[in-house]
Design a protein around this ligand. Structure first.
Ligand code: ZN
Length: 326
């Protein structure tokens, strides 16, 4: 925790008193960078930023301001590196930092047993505006799949169970399957807040992400596709299986193919909240467009004490009433 003391967040959080000043500063920086661009026209790309690699957790991320800590683990062992993020499209944030703080506070109101330290002033330092690299797929699964279904006959006579072989032709279309290209933010978390408006996708331009962390992909295209292909095959097979009537059913031959109909590399806006409690990571993720939130708060020591007192009082009151009226 001591490391986090030195965390510099001014650049990423709105300071209501200084908005105009900040804007001017940013304009100045952008102006300066644009001038540099004019000089070095051939070398320039659409993305201006500083890319860092964390020596701790190996996250690579790009920012447009000087920072001293890793976006993921908060570690200070970060060093500048090269990385190409130009091929990504980007979704704009709709939620401000203060909105995100509000969403988080409301979520914790529903967890009264959560540790006090997760609600304190330090939370403000832990909320980060982050772009997560993802792939967005339109897929089609087609082919055949064979099942062996078995009916267990409750036979007193000990008659053998009957097996049925069935063959199915499958053709399913899946649109806008979002999969994370950053291993440390799992799909299972993202998919629970996956209500993005993909019609707002645009090219990666500096003014869209200037106050956010932009995480670089930790997967190549092939491994991302393998991940989403396996998911699609499993899901398609599951649908067929659910529609078979037999009590026991087993896939005997799976000939499903997956075709990519459309594929885009996109940056998804989230607010990422990473705190520690008793040495364990506590992570919340907020959809930067809709404010949906995922994450579970642990039960804190204070929660256990409060719960014990409540239970004790109930038992005490009950025994008192029983003794009184008995
Ligand atoms: Zn790190």
């Amino acid at each position: 925790m001591a490391k986090e003391e030195g965390f510099s967040v001014q650049a990423f959080q709105p300071d209501l008193g200084n908005i105009n000043e900040d804007k001017e500063e940013v304009v100045e920086v952008v102006d300066a960078l644009e001038k540099e661009e004019e000089i070095e026209e051939e070398k320039s790309t659409d993305n201006i930023g500083l890319t860092f690699a964390c020596g701790n957790c190996h996250t690579v991320f790009t920012v447009q301001a000087n920072i001293t800590n890793c976006v993921y683990c908060g570690g200070i062992n970060i060093a500048p590196t090269d990385c190409n993020i130009a091929s990504y499209e980007i979704l704009p944030f709709r939620l401000s930092y203060l909105d995100a703080l509000d969403v988080y506070k409301k979520k914790l109101l529903k967890s009264p047993l959560a540790p006090f330290s997760l609600r304190g002033a330090s939370v403000k330092k832990c909320i980060k505006k982050v772009y997560v690299p993802c792939s967005l797929y339109d897929l089609e699964t087609s082919g055949t799949i064979d099942f062996i279904g078995t009916e267990r006959i409750q036979a007193v006579s000990g008659a053998p169970s009957q097996s049925f072989e069935s063959n199915y032709s499958v053709n399913f279309k899946y649109n806008e399957i979002l999969t994370s290209n950053y291993g440390r933010i799992p799909d299972i978390l993202l998919s629970n807040i996956n209500n993005y408006n993909y019609s707002t996708l645009s090219l990666l331009k500096d003014d869209i992400w200037k106050d956010a962390y932009l995480i670089n992909s930790s997967f190549d295209d092939t491994s991302t596709f393998e991940k989403v292909r396996d998911k699609a095959i499993k899901y398609s097979a599951g649908i067929v299986k659910d529609n078979i009537d037999h009590t026991v059913k087993k896939i005997s031959n799976n000939q499903l193919n997956v075709d990519t109909k459309n594929y885009r590399k996109i940056l998804v806006p989230i607010y990422y909240i990473h705190q520690k409690y008793n040495g364990k990571d506590v992570v919340f993720i907020i959809n930067g467009q809709t404010g949906e939130i995922v994450g579970e708060a642990p039960i804190g020591i204070e929660g256990v004490v409060i719960l014990s007192i409540v239970v004790f009082l109930i038992i005490f009151l009950l025994s008192f009433l029983i003794a009184y009226f008995a």
